[in-house]
Design a protein around this ligand. Structure first.
Ligand code: SDX
Length: 428
């Protein structure tokens, strides 16, 4: 007999099934609530509402736990390659050597984008934000592969679209960068690894040899793994709800890119660096900016701080912070912004306002410092976040379809005008 919860409404008692997750998380199943009681629930921002049952990622915000398919991110970030983790997130199991070799070979086979996509760049303004270009390029891919629009597509066709996306996103991301700096596009060099190939397309030039730095490749590998999935965050939920209408995978990922762009979400890594540079330029008075962040009448927030789920440390931020010191040390880079970030973190974590609200540095607080150290411009930081998050978005989209989840369509509580008759123009 499954566990039941009781709800009393107007003297009547209703029973709600209790769902228990793998890690003993508890949920009230309200799927029949309206039919049996006439009531709906209201939960702005879905802070207390589960949208699905998922087997991809487990996180515990109180204990700072994050696992992909049961494997702790600390072990994956240290020991695995990004494509290995992508395979794990997509398929549910770590690949054997033969499976990984075959996966990598398939990805290599699809790194080129259609030559006609180069013409898109002629139309964008010089200062176009990379995320605006990338979101439209990814949606446009559905027009180059119209068979991907068929909701009755075969599993093989879905698999091909997944491989095309994982293979072509780095190529498109590098093209967006080359277009921004007005350098020639670099074609992929498939004998390189996935991350080294991205570095080659980003920083290589047709006039000289380019040797990807192992230190930078290792740092990027770690960063992409740490961003690979994060259960039902804003952009993953967007991908799920767009996909739930049977929109194709390219359109769903494009919507995820748009959601990620927001400074409260993936756009925070760009906003953190801009904030740290502003504080430095303003004379480095940390107390002034901490007070502004605490002031309800001031729109300023400490970017890179706080999280919907982590009310304790974000385990990814801990790993990235350690990596910051290692990478800047190995590259021999002194970055005053890192010093400001560490001081800001110290001051904030000793402040009652942040402690009481469980506001700690999140994944975006330190990642931008590493991206900048390896030569990636600030406006490309959220593109880097998307490169990491792509396998997670795809896995969430596929799980939603495989589970037969219904089209997402929340209800509302109407608070507008009651019924009233039309007033002719001459009488208004
Ligand atoms: C990501 O969901 C995910 O998993 C996302 C992500 C992923 O991997 O996909 O982890 C990636 O998006 C990380 C978050 C990046 N965003 C930022 O760093 C932007 C700054 N942070 C905030 O805007 C905020 O913390 C959010 C958006 C991240 C979370 O907001 P919530 O959960 O809606 O919390 P809230 O806005 O209700 O804040 C609770 C309280 C409020 O004060 P009170 O009304 O209780 O007095 O904390 C305050 C907020 O004002 N607060 C902050 C703050 N964040 C929250 N005050 C100052 N600075 C901040 N950064």
């Amino acid at each position: 007999m499954s566990e039941m919860a009781k709800l009393e409404l107007n003297g009547e008692v209703f029973e709600l099934p209790v769902i228990t997750g793998t890690e003993n998380e508890k949920a009230l199943d309200i799927s029949k609530l309206r039919a049996s009681t006439g009531y709906i629930t209201l939960d702005r921002g879905f802070k207390n509402t589960g949208s699905c049952q998922s087997a991809i990622t487990f996180l515990n915000g109180e204990e700072g736990i994050l696992r992909y398919r049961g494997y702790p991110i600390e072990q994956l970030a240290e020991k695995a390659s990004f494509l290995e983790v992508s395979y794990l997130i997509l398929k549910g199991e770590l690949p054997t050597q033969a499976q990984l070799d075959s996966f990598e070979e398939d990805i290599d086979h699809h790194t080129l984008v259609h030559e006609d996509m180069k013409r898109f760049f002629e139309a964008y303004p010089a200062k176009a934000h990379p995320m605006g270009i990338l979101a439209s390029m990814i949606c446009s891919m559905s027009t180059f592969y119209p068979e991907s629009q068929d909701p009755n597509r075969s599993p093989e066709a879905v698999d091909l679209t997944i491989k095309r996306l994982i293979a072509k996103l780095p190529t498109l991301a590098a093209m967006v960068y080359k277009n921004a700096v007005r350098h020639p596009f670099m074609y992929p060099k498939n004998e390189l690894g996935y991350i080294e190939n991205f570095m080659y397309m980003m920083f290589g030039m047709p006039t000289e040899d380019y040797e990807p730095s192992p230190v930078i490749a290792n740092a990027l590998n770690k960063l992409l793994i740490l961003h690979a999935d994060h259960e039902q965050n804003c952009s993953a939920s967007t991908v799920r709800i767009v996909g739930s209408s049977q929109a194709n995978l390219y359109a769903s990922i494009s919507a995820g890119l748009s959601a990620l762009w927001g400074p409260l979400h993936g756009g925070a890594n760009q906003a953190v660096i801009e904030m740290l540079e502003m504080i430095e330029k303003d004379g480095g008075d940390l107390d002034k900016w901490i007070d502004k962040a605490k002031d309800k009448n001031d729109p300023f927030r400490l970017m890179g701080f706080g999280h919907r789920v982590y009310k304790n440390f974000d385990p990814r931020a801990t790993i990235i912070k350690e990596a910051c010191d290692d990478i800047l040390g190995e590259l021999g880079i002194e970055d005053p912004t890192l010093d400001i970030a560490k001081k800001l973190e110290k001051v904030a974590l000793e402040d009652e306002y942040f402690i009481k609200r469980g506001l700690y540095p999140n994944v975006d607080f330190y990642s931008g410092i590493i991206y900048r150290a390896i030569g990636i411009p600030t406006e490309m930081f959220t593109v880097m976040f998307a490169l990491g998050r792509l396998p997670g978005w795809i896995a969430q989209w596929k799980e939603m379809l495989d589970n037969g989840d219904p089209i997402g369509r929340p209800r509302q509580v109407y608070v507008g005008e009651s019924a009233r008759d039309f007033i002719p123009l001459e009488k208004r």
